[in-house]
Design a protein around this ligand. Structure first.
Ligand SMILES: [Zn+2]
Length: 148
């Protein structure tokens, strides 16, 4: 079945990524690094956290189910996982000593989440991203990088 969208994006509900007047994530996805125009958006508190967190309980199955439904309905072959710094579901940045430490935990979770989804849907192209959110006097500033 031909895909009806370019990708499925799984990310967090937190507003700095999705503000109507400054849609940082959408602009990044359309930009030269990713270059997609249409995507299904699946948001969950903590992004992919429920796929890997020990306290996720039934939310893990719910998120896997949602990914599978979108995959089956829209034929996506590409999934993008986007986590971010200062994420409420991760206890904010205050829980980490440094941004590097915070990045490392998210990168580890993103890679574990990719492994979990590949068990269910082995042939998907899954790319991982981390958005660094800085709070400034004039609002949030978001920088997104691919996690390798
Ligand atoms: Zn978040």
């Amino acid at each position: 079945m031909p895909a009806t969208v370019d990708a499925l994006v799984v990310t967090c509900v937190d507003s700095p990524l999705h503000r109507a007047d400054k849609p940082a994530l959408a602009e990044y996805l359309r930009g030269k690094h990713v270059g997609i125009n249409t995507w299904d958006l699946l948001t969950a508190s903590g992004g992919i956290r429920d796929l890997v967190a020990a306290d996720a309980g039934g939310r893990k199955e719910a998120l896997l189910h949602a990914i599978r439904v979108v995959h089956d309905a829209h034929g996506v072959s590409k999934i993008l996982f986007v986590n971010h710094s200062a994420c409420t579901a991760y206890g904010g940045s205050a829980r980490f000593r440094t941004l590097t430490e915070e990045y490392r935990e998210h990168a580890d979770d993103l890679q574990a989440a990719r492994a979990a989804v590949r068990q269910l849907l082995p042939n998907l192209d899954i790319r991982l991203f981390f958005a660094t959110v800085e709070e400034r006097a004039d609002g949030h500033f978001v920088t997104i990088d691919e996690v390798r």
